[in-house]
Design a protein around this ligand. Structure first.
Ligand SMILES: Cc1ncc(COP(=O)(O)O)c(C=O)c1O
Length: 386
């Protein structure tokens, strides 16, 4: 039992929240898919939300100190130097990714996307009438994957002028090292390209810490923006608050010139208060959450190794998402779909992540252990009786 009792939520309690993860499945299905956490919210964050409700602070949001809190937190926990004057609010991270593509790369230039990729990344460049050049990840010795620098260089050579970098990496769970990332900054410089670093999963690293792209070198800071929020780590996605951080005056000025303020409206008073509380007082809870999730991943790894060794699963270094390779278990390309039908568990189906996704499924490990145990039992049973 932990201080915050991550074990306690039941299916009924979670269904009663009415949000996507449990809303969109029938009652006989255990949902381990969309990236919401099945935990009670961190107590200081919940208190901040209740305070907004008590004060009836439902008018137009104004500065509440969130940018300073993010800067403090990023410096302390990620080694990332943030100037609060170089932070701009967003309703959500994906809006930031879209507008960054438009602002920091020439009209019509393709966007590089490592694959498998978080599903909406396949859609966002199209909103700016951009094509995607896909660069498959290379499977590393740890089974989690690394960036293919030759492939990325070839894409830049073909005319791409931006890349979406997801660090830590959804869906593979990799936390790239500074050594891995430094060559990307050099390539971006060589080809006059820009790195759009979606670092929303940054706080979700159980051991060590993430390496924000901008910390890797001066070149990296000059050629990137960081887009983030407390929403993933403290489970606040429905409250619509995120922000973009610039590391040079030039990049800040380009944003202010190219993006109309109506395009970035949408952060809410509740979301800003919740983000502020997360960054100022939410770390003890997050430390426990990360440890709980990591223990879930270790448990799943050992259970599969014992009971279902034909399913390959490398313990993620970051995020609360795991990537299951179900090829050798004989599952079809749409392995997630098969598991929904035969095991009554809902994972994210591999092919929705693009090339490299067939025969895989993404599992959400931010789940009470009793539910993970039941879901894993269903998977083992279904595959063994296939
Ligand atoms: C890598 C990544 N980026 C962005 C998002 C979505 O963020 P938002 O709802 O703020 O657009 C998610 C959600 O899971 C994600 O995993």
């Amino acid at each position: 039992m932990t201080q915050f009792d991550f074990d306690s939520p039941t299916a009924d309690w979670l269904r009663a929240r009415g949000t996507g993860r449990w809303h969109d499945v029938t009652e006989d299905v255990i949902p381990l898919w969309v990236a919401e956490m099945d935990f009670p919210v961190a107590p200081p964050v919940q208190a901040a939300i209740l305070d907004v409700v008590t004060r009836q602070a439902y008018g137009y949001p104004r500065d509440n100190g969130l940018k300073e809190a993010w800067a403090d937190w990023a410096g302390r926990y990620e080694g990332l130097s943030v100037d609060p004057r170089k932070v701009a609010m967003l309703p959500d991270v994906l809006t930031g990714v879209r507008l960054a593509i438009r602002t920091y790369s020439p009209d019509g230039s393709p966007v590089v996307l490592p694959s498998p990729a978080y599903m909406p990344f396949w859609e966002v460049p199209g909103l700016e009438h951009r094509e995607i050049i896909t660069v498959p990840m290379i499977t590393g010795a740890d089974g989690l994957g690394t960036l293919d620098m030759d492939g990325i260089e070839a894409a830049f050579a073909k005319g791409a002028r931006s890349i979406i970098l997801c660090q830590p990496y959804n869906p593979l769970g990799r936390v790239f090292t500074a050594q891995e990332l430094a060559p990307l900054a050099e390539l971006a410089d060589k080809y006059d390209a820009f790195v759009i670093a979606d670092e929303i999963h940054g706080p979700l690293v159980p051991e060590g810490r993430t390496v924000p792209f901008a910390t890797v070198s001066e070149l990296a800071a000059a050629r990137s923006v960081n887009i983030s929020s407390a929403s993933k780590s403290w489970n606040l996605a429905g409250l619509k608050t995120a922000f973009i951080t610039f590391f040079t005056d030039q990049n800040r000025a380009a944003w202010l010139k190219g993006v109309h303020e109506l395009e970035t409206e949408g952060a809410t008073t509740v979301g800003m208060a919740a983000n502020l509380a997360a960054f100022t007082s939410g770390q003890p809870w997050l430390d426990e959450a990360n440890a709980y999730i990591h223990a879930n991943a270790l448990w799943l790894h050992d259970e599969l190794a014992r009971q279902l060794p034909q399913v390959h699963f490398a313990v993620p270094q970051g995020t609360y998402l795991g990537w299951l390779d179900l090829h050798d278990a004989g599952l079809p390309d749409h392995a997630g779909r098969w598991l929904l039908e035969h095991a009554r568990i809902r994972l994210n189906d591999g092919p929705t992540f693009g090339p490299g996704g067939a025969g895989h499924a993404r599992i959400n490990l931010a789940t009470p252990r009793p539910l993970l145990i039941e879901a894993t039992g269903r998977m083992i049973e279904a595959i063994n009786h296939r």
